[in-house]
Structure formats: structure tokens, C-alpha cells
Design a binder for this molecule. Structure first.
Ligand SMILES: [Zn+2]
Length: 264
């Protein structure tokens, strides 16, 4: 079978006992239906299985299409250039470039309204340098912002955090460990304050309560009564996933892709 509902079908047979279906976008931008199945499944059986799962496949295809369109739109809104726009703390900040003879190479500074890249007039700036510098800037801003929030909540509620680490994780917004370390994804600094504040409170409440029991959610609710709304904004804790997954449907947090793709 080559296609099903306009999707090219890719199959992988193995010693597995069940059939698994996935609709996903490949690197060449084609959306495919990927089927993992036992070795004994023949063409007709596969056709029957896909027919039975037709509505699920159509829904999954629609989800991927919407996600990719939204992502493309989002990426086109931001760029690294003079007066370009970048996402920061739920808002858009303006990117400026400043030439300064006293600056030996590149430095980045900014506030909640703008980010300024300062370079020496003769220093050749490459897009990759800028990307790294900006990413570094976002890391620093994330650390500054999140450590301030952790300090405030620790003071008020007695949380004991050993260390905050800002990470470049692909699948999680945040996590914590028995050593009382809190790890947070740097891309959270792109989200609105109320959203990353929720992620931080969520992780703080895990210190000493390492599950998602009712007791845990009561702890979160005691601090953030509207936590459910904030949680919805991040589309967290989907069934079967671990704590605080990064949902694919929130492309607005894909800053790294933005930096890589836009080269104006
Ligand atoms: Zn959790």
C-alpha cells in the first residue's frame, strides 16, 4: 500500500506483537503514516487495520497539518535583523544592532522591550555567532528570572532548593531531583510570566512529593489557585507522558528553530 487518505504509508515489520500507527512529518516536510507491525501482517490485513482506524488517522493528520501551519506562521513573524522581532516573556521585543569601536567582538544586552547586539564595526558577524549569543542571552535571562521566582516562593513557603539549572531539554519544560535540584527549560522565558511561574511552582511542589497525586495538586492549588488555567496554556501532563512535556502544538516556544531557520 502506497498511500492512505493522502498520506504515504511507511511500514516497518519486526518481531513485535502489536500494530502501532503514527502520523508524523519527515525532514523533507512530507507527512507520512508510519506503521510498525508484526512480521506476519499481510497487505490485506494492513488495509483492514487502517480502515478501522480511518477516523483516528484523519484526526492525527489534521493535528499535524494545523501544527505545521501554525509553526510556519510563527517562524515567519520573527527574525534576526535590525528592527527584527523576537519573543520574550510572552511579548515581542525589538532587536537592534549597534556598532561600537570600543567593543572587541559581540555582546548582547537588553530589557523587557528590546535586545541590543553590540559589535565592533570591523567584526564580521556570522549568523551562527549571533544565534549562539542570543541563545546565551536567553539562558542568562531565564536564570535571572526563574531564580528570582524560586527565591520568592522559597522564602514564602519554605521550599529548599539546592540548585537551579537551566537546560536545553527537548521533551520537558521542567524536572527536579531528590538532590533538590530544579531543572528548567530555557525556552520557558519566551512564555508569559504566569505560564513559567506555574511550571516553577509545579516543580517546587514536587520537592518532597514526587508524584502527581491529589496531595501534590492540592499543594500547587494552595499556591496558585488558578493553576489549571495556566496549565492549560502550556498543555501539560498529557496521558502517558512524563512530567511537564513540551507539547508539539506550542510552536511559539521553538526559539531555536526560529534562529536556525531565519537568516535575513
Ligand atoms: Zn510534575
Amino acid at each position: 500500500m502506497k498511500t492512505f487518505e493522502g498520506l504515504s504509508v511507511q511500514t516497518k515489520r519486526s518481531k513485535r506483537k502489536t500494530v502501532s500507527l503514527q502520523v508524523l512529518k519527515e525532514q523533507n516536510d512530507h507527512i507520512v503514516l508510519f506503521v510498525k507491525m508484526p512480521e506476519y501482517i499481510d497487505h490485506e490485513q494492513l488495509q483492514t487495520i487502517l480502515e478501522a482506524k480511518r477516523s483516528w488517522i484523519l484526526k492525527a493528520k489534521e493535528t499535524v497539518l494545523v501544527r505545521e501551519t501554525t509553526k510556519a506562521q510563527w517562524l515567519s513573524d520573527y527574525s534576526i535583523k535590525q528592527n527584527g522581532k523576537l519573543p520574550f516573556k510572552g511579548e515581542t521585543v525589538t532587536l537592534n544592532f549597534l556598532l561600537k569601536v570600543s567593543n572587541p567582538n559581540i555582546s548582547v544586552k537588553g530589557n523587557d522591550d528590546e535586545i541590543t547586539v553590540i559589535t565592533h564595526p570591523y567584526f564580521r558577524t556570522y549568523h551562527s555567532d549571533l544565534s549562539l549569543m542570543l541563545k546565551d542571552y536567553y539562558y542568562k535571562m531565564a536564570y535571572k528570572e526563574f531564580s528570582g521566582i524560586i527565591r520568592n516562593y522559597s522564602k514564602k513557603y519554605g521550599f529548599k532548593v539546592n540548585q537551579l539549572r537551566i537546560k536545553d531539554t527537548k521533551t520537558r519544560w521542567g524536572s527536579c531531583s531528590a538532590k533538590m535540584n530544579v531543572n528548567l527549560n530555557w525556552k520557558l522565558i519566551i512564555a508569559p510570566h504566569r505560564v513559567y511561574e506555574y511550571v516553577i511552582v509545579h516543580e517546587l511542589c514536587h520537592l518532597g512529593c514526587w508524584n502527581h497525586s491529589q496531595q501534590f495538586w492540592n499543594r500547587v492549588a494552595a499556591i496558585l489557585p488558578d493553576y489549571k488555567d495556566r496549565k492549560d496554556e502550556l498543555k501539560l501532563d498529557q496521558p502517558g507522558r512524563k512530567c511537564l512535556p513540551i507539547p508539539d502544538q506550542v510552536p511559539s516556544f521553538c526559539l531555536s528553530s526560529c534562529i536556525i531557520l531565519k537568516q535575513d
